[in-house]
Design a protein. Structure first.
Length: 275
């Protein structure tokens, strides 16, 4: 049976085995998918051994996404843009390919599951870390009027905006400088919900037509979603759909076929992981 898995630290909370198990049953694929809790110091040895022993693919989660980039022999264009890897695949040529499916998963969820059209719209992304870098290129591919990146350290936001300015109109600012005009979409790519420390945005940045979206899901997204609803937004969503859609991207890379996602998302919601 073909071997796959997810590597992270910690990783016991991961929903990936459930998701890929459903994908495999739907598509009739004979594959095993396991959790691998691996400390950063042991990552390289584990990944090399996994593929040397016949493994075909790994998902990569925190805190290994940047380190995994160095373990790949080659990168897809979107992984190179993101400067991070969340999917590793063994190729027919005997090399390890590094990919990043996070941004594609987000865009798929926004467009297909939520029905959002972002062409010509104003988008605000909170945070200038690896999560933001991973989704910027696909977001800009939707041709929004502008993507504003806001961060506690404005210099980091400005540097990230400059790095992606060839793909669209980008600005990097501090949280307090995003302006008072309502955005069409506000994406939380910070860990604010874990601490309850929601970024201090000006009144007006979130309006009655704004869609607020947290890249996290479950308890990690609770505080941001609650904050967004208090601001009177049109809807506040967690990133469960993104999780499922990026997994489908990985599955397609590994198996050459794209599974359907609606049934998996519905099953997760029924289990209590609310979108």
């Amino acid at each position: 049976m073909d071997q796959y898995g997810v590597v992270g630290h910690p990783v016991s909370h991961s929903l990936s085995p459930f998701i890929h198990g459903m994908f495999a049953r739907e598509t009739g694929q004979a594959m095993s998918y396991r959790l691998f809790d691996v400390r950063p110091a042991d990552l390289e040895v584990h990944v090399r051994d996994f593929f040397a022993q016949g493994g075909l693919g790994l998902n990569v989660t925190l805190p290994h996404k940047i380190a995994a980039r160095e373990l790949a022999h080659e990168l897809t264009a979107r992984a190179a843009h993101a400067a991070a890897v969340n999917t590793l695949a063994w190729t027919d040529g005997g090399t390890i390919l590094g990919d990043n499916t996070d941004g594609a998963g987000l865009v798929q969820d926004l467009r297909e599951n939520l029905g959002l059209q972002l062409a010509g719209r104003r988008v605000l992304v909170l945070g200038a870390g690896g999560a933001t870098r991973g989704v910027l290129a696909p977001l800009l591919g939707l041709k929004p009027a502008v993507v504003v990146i806001a961060n506690r350290t404005p210099e980091r936001a400005a540097a990230l905006a400059t790095a992606f300015s060839d793909l669209g109109v980008t600005h990097g600012v501090g949280f307090e400088d995003v302006g008072k005009e309502a955005f069409d979409l506000v994406i939380n790519a910070t860990s604010a919900s874990l601490s309850g420390d929601i970024p201090p945005l000006p009144e007006g940045a979130v309006g009655s037509a704004t869609v607020c979206y947290d890249l996290a899901y479950g308890k990690s997204a609770t505080a941001f979603v609650a904050w967004a609803r208090l601001r009177g937004c049109a809807q506040a969503r967690q990133g469960l759909g993104m999780l499922v859609e990026q997994a489908a991207e990985s599955f397609e890379l590994w198996r050459g076929m794209r599974p359907t996602t609606a049934t998996v998302l519905a099953a997760l919601q029924a289990r209590g992981a609310r979108a």
